[in-house]
Write a protein that binds this ligand. Structure first.
Ligand SMILES: CCCCCCC/C=C/C(=O)SCCNC(=O)CCNC(=O)[C@H](O)C(C)(C)COP(=O)(O)OP(=O)(O)OC[C@H]1O[C@@H](n2cnc3c(N)ncnc32)[C@H](O)[C@@H]1OP(=O)(O)O
Length: 301
């Protein structure tokens, strides 16, 4: 599904610097990607065809230290997703992390703290776009969740068709925004309700639950919990099961199920952006973000 992406100028501007990175240009083997393995991506996103599964790409998030969803990272993810959607040799994507112990720390707090309204609007448009592109993708998208996955990281996971989580008690997953003194927007809430049901979502959202793997499985926020060294192989075998379904029938069904939720945002994207800018710009919210960022720093001792 072609989505209006108002990032063209930004994309060009952001891509220009790394286009000079040897081998990192889209379509050529990236430096260090191994001989002959045709992969593409960018400094923060490596996309490799799965050598063991025809038509499957593995998209590795590598924005150290915590795969926080910065504007640049979002843009690179969007470009890689668009390229995969347009490359008819691919039918499925496994999204995983190259940052040890972390799937994604969620939205980059520094994109929302101390920023002017114009930047916040541009950032939020990119957040919307990433969700829409993953949630409505014609490809089979499987989350191989090999690390902690709070807030925006949880949203990315929930937007996949299927979620495999490593059985490590540190790898909690959930929409924990209230713990930061902020809230999840309605479309984050909608996806959680669709996944775990209204009452469980209501409780989890209000309390900012981060579910450890056993609880995540029980509540249904993930579909499978496996030993850490089996996450990728499990994602691959689930992918094979999903790709056994004729693409057109599966894509129409996915759209039938998901479009009403996506339409709620699509019909009010600008209003949602303005609402975000107003909310995040409040002194009280900026103070909450400041306190939370300080806590993260103090945690390091
Ligand atoms: C109408 C609605 C309006 C509002 C909508 C807002 C929706 C928001 C969605 C979000 O996603 S908000 C972000 C939520 N994320 C979190 O709560 C996770 C915060 N991070 C952590 O808990 C930990 O960092 C970690 C992920 C568990 C990893 O811990 P670890 O000990 O391995 O690393 P740290 O030393 O904590 O972090 C390293 C480094 O990274 C910085 N950092 C961590 N998370 C973020 C982040 N989300 N954004 C920006 N930066 C982050 C952290 O401060 C450290 O920085 P340095 O001190 O090294 O500079």
């Amino acid at each position: 599904m072609a989505l209006t992406v108002g990032l063209r100028p930004l994309t060009r501007a952001l891509l220009r610097p790394w286009a000079r990175v040897p081998g990192a240009a889209l379509g050529r083997p990236a430096a260090g990607s191994g001989d002959g393995v045709r992969c593409f991506g960018s400094p923060r996103v490596l996309v490799e065809p799965d050598p063991a599964a025809v038509g499957v790409a593995v998209m590795k998030m590598r924005n150290p230290p915590v795969n926080s969803l910065s504007l640049e990272f979002l843009t690179e993810l969007l470009i890689s997703l668009e390229k995969l959607e347009n490359d008819k040799t691919f039918r499925g994507i496994i999204i995983t992390s190259d940052c040890p112990g972390i799937f994604s720390a969620g939205l980059d707090l520094l994109e929302m703290y101390g920023r002017d309204p114009a930047h916040c609007a541009e950032y939020w448009k990119a957040v919307q776009e990433l969700w829409l592109r993953v949630y409505l993708s014609n490809l089979v998208v499987i989350g191989a969740i090999n690390g902690i996955s709070p807030a925006g990281g949880c949203l990315l996971s929930l937007s996949c068709d299927y979620r495999v989580l490593a059985n490590n008690p540190k790898y909690a997953i959930g929409l924990n925004e209230t713990l930061l003194g902020i809230i999840a927007p309605f479309w984050f809430k909608d996806v959680l309700v669709n996944t775990i049901g209204h009452r469980a979502a209501e409780r989890a959202l209000q309390l900012g639950f981060l579910f450890p793997p056993s609880d995540a499985l029980q509540v249904g926020i993930v579909d499978q919990v496996v030993p850490e060294d089996q996450v990728q192989s499990t994602a691959r075998s689930v992918m094979a099961q999903w790709l056994a379904i004729p693409d057109h029938a599966r894509q129409l069904t996915k759209n039938l199920v998901r479009k009403p939720t996506a339409d709620r945002l699509l019909q009010q994207r600008d209003a949602d952006i303005q609402n975000f800018v107003r909310f995040i710009s409040r002194d009280s919210i900026q103070k909450s973000l400041h306190v939370y960022l300080e806590k993260l720093k103090q945690k390091k001792g």
